[in-house]
Design a protein around this ligand. Structure first.
Ligand SMILES: Cc1cc2nc3c(=O)[nH]c(=O)nc-3n(C[C@H](O)[C@H](O)[C@H](O)COP(=O)(O)OP(=O)(O)OC[C@H]3O[C@@H](n4cnc5c(N)ncnc54)[C@H](O)[C@@H]3O)c2cc1C
Length: 600
């Protein structure tokens, strides 16, 4: 099966030094001062950074704003010339694919003074902006509000009275598409304003340090580059036997257009994409029986049925969080499920017949059931988009479609050797198929090609599922941590806090949720943090930054959090952890030493 929301990371390499080359001992304060006194080049934005600059109508406005915000020297160089290429090359860096990974790499490359071009065969922004994170979060913003407005009990507990909530399907769909268009323009403008050459066409590697681009079937233009990054992303993975018609059997690409809200939809796959869509469908319901086209007050809550090949729903999550998520996000909603089954044949609705889904037992392969429903959403993961890239010209073979790379995103050839000057980032390498991971990998590669070694610590990259409430995580799940602990011979401990004890959450009547941390009691290392609850996706960053910077619990527990805020859930988590102090450890080794404080 293709990987999608991979929590079992293939690389667990430690972060090496700070990305501006300042060595491993950087602190938050020296990062802050470096940033504030020179240029924002050290800020680690994700792929959508610089949107703030791109709201301006013209690039001259952008240039003006950038000049005000950043020192003139670097800007003028990058704005006017986009760097001067290394001798003998058209560009220092050519990136194939202008998704968030390519975009993040391009912006960082310009900051580093590299002459940079990006090749895009479709539209700038790739999956995230056009068919992924951005439109899906727009739909989820609507589903969150609908859910709240429809919850009479919740409203009453605030003393609020709200008339029956309704929605205009096309209005919701437009909100998602308009947001995608806005962010796409922002991305394009941010690259243009910095002088990145945006080349249109399909790109392919034609030899070492050589790329061709142009329309498919035409001879194209060959350009040379000192370094090349492949950032060609992924497409929905559709298993054999599934016939997608785009209307009744759909992928996320179609679902995000929200052309219909089916009364009964099967979602094949209960990863984060399937789960987010279940949140949207069950909140919106299908619009029926409306007398007035602008107030769809009569809603039938859509029925969602999950079909999951593994024995449990949400297999990628920490099991305890998965159980809680099931209790809150699945059981009380109009959702049922079949686990341990494969959908072997899915036929779209036609000739008055419904969508049919044939299920077999995942283990015995015996036929299990046939479902007849209004629609099916195939959310079985993502397949890398790496065909036609000319990889054979540099002796590279894909593995299940993914481009093999090492921990520095350097491409590995069929003999296991590194291909000089060729990198692959983002969904196309399959390490961690998330927008901010793609961008971070791009930034890491640019650091390397501009002369500073950098290895991204994938275990510090957070992930989130934007259901209501949200789920977020960073690092290892409890079973993964237990396995590692057993192999490497150390103990682990678990700390937990509840949203029920948090003033802000209770003020919002959103006390459902927990935060859980897996850590080493012997040295205070944070191994993983998992949050289920309101704004979990925002709360995770304190933990992910702590992991990225190597901050230990005994230090971060003294950080001060504003009251009353949800961040106190994480504060409590750190404070409740029991780390064995050095003096206590010493006293165990040498029982004659007196210990005052055993736990720090
Ligand atoms: C419904 C959905 C929701 C998601 N939600 C989230 C979320 O909330 N958070 C999150 O982090 N991630 C989310 N993701 C995942 C995220 O979208 C991807 O991980 C991310 O887009 C990967 O970025 P990328 O740069 O590797 O590739 P892409 O964004 O796929 O971009 C690749 C680009 O390369 C272009 N291209 C491909 N081949 C060529 C070629 N040969 N020549 C020229 N151009 C080429 C493509 O046209 C595309 O523009 C979601 C995905 C989906 C489907």
């Amino acid at each position: 099966m293709q990987s999608s929301f991979s929590l079992s990371l293939s690389s667990a390499s430690p972060i090496t030094g700070r990305s501006d080359g300042g060595g491993a001992s950087s602190t938050a304060s020296d990062l802050f001062f470096t940033t504030a006194t020179t240029t924002p080049s050290h800020l680690r934005f994700c792929g959508l950074r610089r949107e703030a600059f791109s709201g301006c109508k013209s690039s001259s406005n952008n240039a003006l704003l950038l000049k005000q915000l950043r020192p003139t020297k670097k800007i003028s160089a990058s704005l006017s010339t986009n760097g001067t290429p290394s001798k003998g090359f058209d560009y220092d860096l050519v990136i194939i694919g202008a998704g968030v990974g390519g975009h993040g790499a391009a912006l960082h490359a310009v900051e580093k003074g590299l002459k940079t071009a990006i090749i895009e065969g479709d539209v700038v922004g790739g999956t995230c902006v056009n068919r992924g994170c951005v439109p899906s979060k727009a739909l989820l913003a609507v589903s969150g509000r609908m859910r709240e407005l429809q919850n009479e009990h919740h409203m009453k507990s605030f003393g609020l009275q709200v008339a029956a909530a309704g929605y205009d399907r096309q209005g919701v769909a437009d909100h998602a598409q308009n947001l995608a268009t806005k962010i796409r323009n922002n991305l394009t403008n941010s690259m243009k304003s910095l002088g990145v050459d945006i080349l249109t066409g399909f790109g392919a590697v034609v030899g070492p340090q050589k790329v061709k681009y142009g329309k498919t079937g035409e001879s194209g233009t060959v350009i040379t580059a000192k370094d090349i990054i492949i950032a060609t992303g992924s497409v929905p993975f559709v298993p054999k036997g599934v016939e997608v018609d785009g209307k009744t059997v759909i992928t996320s690409d179609h679902a995000l257009k929200l052309e219909t809200v089916p009364e009964w939809i099967v979602i094949v796959g209960s990863g984060y994409i399937g789960l987010e869509f279940s949140d949207v469908y069950t909140a919106l319901g299908s619009e029926v029986g409306s007398a007035n086209p602008f107030t769809f007050v009569l809603l039938i809550v859509s029925q969602v049925t999950f079909v999951e090949a593994l024995d449990q729903l949400m297999p990628g999550f920490d099991p305890e969080i998965g159980k809680l998520a099931q209790r809150v996000l699945i059981n009380p909603r109009k959702i049922d499920y079949h686990t341990g089954v494969f959908a072997t044949k899915i036929t779209p609705a036609r000739d008055g017949k419904p969508v049919t889904i044939e299920l077999i037992d995942a283990k015995t392969k015996e036929p299990k059931d046939t479902l007849e429903v209004d629609a099916a959403l195939i959310a079985t993961g993502r397949a890398p988009f790496t065909q036609g890239l000319g990889l054979e010209n540099v002796n590279v073979e894909t593995q299940r479609g993914f481009i093999p790379v090492d921990e520095r995103m350097r491409v590995i050839d069929s003999k296991g050797k590194l291909v000089p000057h060729l990198y692959c980032i983002g969904d196309a390498n399959g390490k961690m198929m998330l927008a901010h991971a793609a961008s971070a990998q791009g930034i890491s590669v640019v650091e390397q090609v501009s002369g500073k070694d950098h290895v991204l610590n994938h275990l510090s990259i957070p992930a989130a599922c934007f259901t209501h409430p949200e789920i977020s995580m960073v690092g290892l799940t409890e079973p993964q941590a237990r396995e590692k602990a057993e192999k490497e011979g150390f103990e682990i401990s678990i700390a937990k806090t509840s949203f029920k004890a948090n003033t802000k959450a209770l003020a919002e009547n959103e006390g459902e949720g927990i935060a859980k941390m897996i850590y080493r009691p012997d040295n205070g290392e944070i191994l993983g943090v998992h949050i289920f609850g309101m704004h979990a996706a925002d709360l995770i960053h304190e933990a992910s930054n702590a992991i990225a910077l190597g901050t230990r619990i005994q230090d971060i527990k003294y950080a001060v959090h504003a009251h009353p805020t949800l961040s106190e859930v994480i504060d409590e988590l750190f404070k409740s952890a029991k780390v064995i102090s050095a003096s206590f450890k010493q006293s165990i080794l040498n029982p004659t030493l007196e210990t005052h404080s055993r736990l720090v």
